[in-house]
Design a protein around this ligand. Structure first.
Ligand code: BTN
Length: 265
């Protein structure tokens, strides 16, 4: 394989005249692309600013977990949105947009079949290929900005790491394809698709149906862990804002906006 090097120049050249990537910051090492982009956002960085890194020393996942990826092996990046057309309660629509777009782009580039696990994990063959951490800032009752941080496993082999739990639950593009995969074309395809999908969202398109159609969670018996506690039931739907509708054993339906789902057999 050719040297798999990401540079600001190469990323910019592949994204000319698009909203996504109108400003690009690429680092060999960074603490967390989400944290760095939050600082830029506070300083007034424009919508579409992209921060990416070959390695993170303090990468963060959802629910206070850390996100680890060997240097130079994966796609680790964050995007800044300033969606004046969305209320804070609708911010999850951006995560839906990005997860759907990433799944579509990876599928188109690799031929792998990519599903989503609510709320926004990317899965191949039931194993996690990527994750999304969305963080938002409000001003009064309005959304100020939203940072969508995405980690995609590209050239990492979880079977070789000696951690059976990870080998069982995580995968990568290289692992699924049986060969290393160049990151730059995959990265550009994902960013371009996010750009297209975000423009459509701004124009009023609903991505809900296509996003929901990719959710492997729907119709399944699940256990959901939230900040408030655990629920067990059947995932019966998702609403326009991305909330999970869970049918409890007593027949009641609860609406869950954030949590972690485990499929029950
Ligand atoms: C998850 O599934 O828990 C979400 C993982 C999100 C990881 C990405 S990597 C780039 C960005 N920067 C971070 O610190 N986290 C996100």
């Amino acid at each position: 394989m050719l040297p798999d090097v990401l540079t600001r120049e190469a990323i910019e050249a592949g994204l000319s005249a698009r909203l996504i990537g109108r400003r690009v910051h690429h680092f060999v090492t960074l603490d967390s692309t989400n944290d760095f982009l939050a600082k830029l956002a506070e300083e007034g960085a424009p919508e579409g600013t992209l921060v990416s890194a070959d390695e993170q020393t303090a990468g963060r996942g959802r629910l206070d977990r850390s996100w680890l990826a060997p240097a130079g092996s994966c796609l680790l990046f964050s995007l800044l949105f300033r969606p004046a057309f969305l209320a804070p309660a609708q911010a999850q629509r951006l995560t839906m947009t990005c997860s759907l777009a990433a799944a579509e782009a990876i599928e188109a580039e690799t031929g792998l079949e990519v599903g989503l696990k609510w709320p926004n994990d990317l899965l191949v063959g039931g194993r996690k290929l990527g994750g999304i951490l969305t963080e938002l800032a409000t001003q009064g009752t309005a959304l100020d900005y939203v940072i969508v941080g995405i980690g995609l496993n590209v050239n990492v082999d979880f079977r070789a790491g000696g951690d059976p739990a990870l080998a069982d639950s995580a995968t990568s593009v290289a692992q699924e394809m049986g060969r290393p995969f160049p990151r730059l074309p995959l990265f550009l395809a994902v960013l371009r698709r996010i750009d297209e999908r975000y423009l459509a969202l701004q124009e009023g398109d609903s991505l809900h149906g296509e996003w929901a159609a990719r959710l492997v969670t729907l119709g399944q018996p699940v256990q959901v862990t939230t900040a408030e506690g655990q629920y067990t039931g059947r995932a019966v739907g998702v609403d326009e804002d991305g909330a999970l509708l869970l049918r409890l054993p007593d027949g009641a339906t609860v609406r869950i906006l954030a949590g972690d789902v485990t499929l029950r057999r």
